[in-house]
Write a protein that binds this ligand. Structure first.
Ligand code: HEM
Length: 381
């Protein structure tokens, strides 16, 4: 049987003949931040692993467009994207995000408070927000969520042939979808991200349609699946701390800090791997050129030298935002602000509308550090 750990962490454990054995693991907060800002360490190991797992090189580049770029090329493309993720642009999505969470909570209430909180809340929220950002029809929400979940399989450590086929099929469907959306944006340019990508110039050249499609595909996974899992993990943590649930309902200004504390203690990205483009020394260990190093965020996020009483969940921890769950440095999560907003708005609505949930049943976590489904009962306030 294929062993499934948290998605990215498990992938990191994969070794190949050129690797030093064991692969060096960086565990401290300071050393992890240094490694994340060290441009000699690149994330191309993600794409290499997918190809080693049987996924075609073209699909790997499509599902992880930014991880396959590093250096100047990457910096220019990020500059194009960053314009869509300024704090002001993200803030503009707040009212719509809040309205979506309220509508989803209405559904939970109508069902008497007992539900699978993943399919009724955590899963539909991110693709709806994502659709707004990219100017995609909101009716596409469910298929975007399905593609995100299928593409996530590309990031699990070892794909069985059936999973490779599902990734390839989802990528092919997204290519077709991407062509349709590009045609729609060309016919009626808007303020959305697809239009922006079509108009953008990187090094004096427009992106090709395939590159724009890769950006849409990469974002569907990066934006939808991660946020869904993190929101599920957030509900789990707060179900374990019912007095904090009630405190957030009474003091919503605490939500941003609480979200960061959840990301610190129960972040769904346990770590990342990097490929050394040149020999480097990480946390005192030499990584040869071409070698791999693993950055263990679960450990860095609980480094006692950075976070006092690191294993405790402290809902108002002042420096919780220093966690590494969104990475750091040149590849720092582009969508971190949007993810924080979705998490805060999701929790704001749930904590104000319902009392602390009782967890009835927890599903398996296929690949990620948060379950596929979570049956809960929400008491009405
Ligand atoms: C809680 C939810 C999320 C988590 C935990 C998360 C985590 C991460 C992490 C750790 C990285 C860095 C990867 C590396 O350094 O190799 C990353 C990169 C990225 N994230 Fe997120 N992310 C989340 C939500 C989002 C959202 C909502 C979006 C967009 C709508 C997004 C888009 C991206 C993109 C495009 C990158 C690649 C950046 C680059 O390579 O320059 N993420 N994310």
């Amino acid at each position: 049987m294929v062993e499934r750990g948290p998605v990215i962490l498990a992938r990191m454990g994969k070794t190949r003949p050129v690797e030093p054995d064991p692969v060096p693991i960086v565990t401290g907060w300071t050393a992890s931040r240094e490694a994340l800002t060290d441009r000699r360490l690149s994330p191309r190991s993600f794409v290499e692993d997918m190809v080693a797992g049987g996924i075609t090189a073209a699909t790997a580049a499509q599902v992880a467009p930014l991880f396959s770029r590093h250096g100047e090329d990457h910096r220019h493309l990020r500059a194009v994207l960053s314009v869509a993720f300024t704090p002001r642009k993200v803030e503009q999505l707040r009212p719509a995000t809040r309205a979506i969470t309220e509508r989803l909570a209405d559904g939970i209430e109508a069902a008497g408070g007992e539900c699978d909180v993943v399919s009724s809340f955590a899963e539909p929220l991110p693709p709806e927000v994502f659709a707004l950002l990219f100017g995609l029809p909101v009716e596409d929400r469910d298929r975007l969520a399905r593609w995100a979940a299928e593409i996530a399989l590309a990031f699990v450590p070892t794909q069985v042939p059936d999973e490779v086929a599902r990734v390839e099929r989802a990528a092919a469907e997204m290519r077709e979808y991407g062509h349709e959306r590009i045609a729609a944006s060309r016919a009626a340019p808007g303020e959305d991200l697809v239009t922006r990508l079509l108009e953008a110039e990187v090094d004096g050249e427009h992106l090709t349609d395939d590159q724009v499609i890769a950006m849409i595909t990469g974002f569907v996974f990066a934006g939808a699946e991660t946020t869904r899992r993190q929101l599920t993990a957030a509900i789990q943590v707060l179900a374990e701390h019912p007095s904090d649930w009630d405190r957030l309902a009474a003091e919503p200004d605490l939500l941003p800090t609480a979200v960061d504390e959840i990301l610190r203690l129960r972040g769904i990205v346990p770590g990342l791997s990097r490929r050394a483009e040149e020999a480097v020394v990480a946390e005192g260990v030499e990584v040869p050129e071409g070698g791999r190093v693993v950055l263990l965020f679960t450990s860095a996020n609980q480094d006692p030298e950075r976070f006092p009483d690191p294993a405790a969940f402290v809902v108002d921890r002042p420096d919780a935002h220093a966690h590494l769950t969104f990475g750091w440095g040149p590849h720092l999560c582009v969508g971190a602000g949007l993810a924080r907003l979705e998490l805060a708005e999701g929790l704001r609505t749930l904590t104000t509308r319902f009392g602390p949930p009782e967890v009835l049943e927890t599903g398996p976590a296929s690949g990620f550090a948060a379950p596929d489904w979570l049956r809960v009962r929400f008491p009405r306030r």
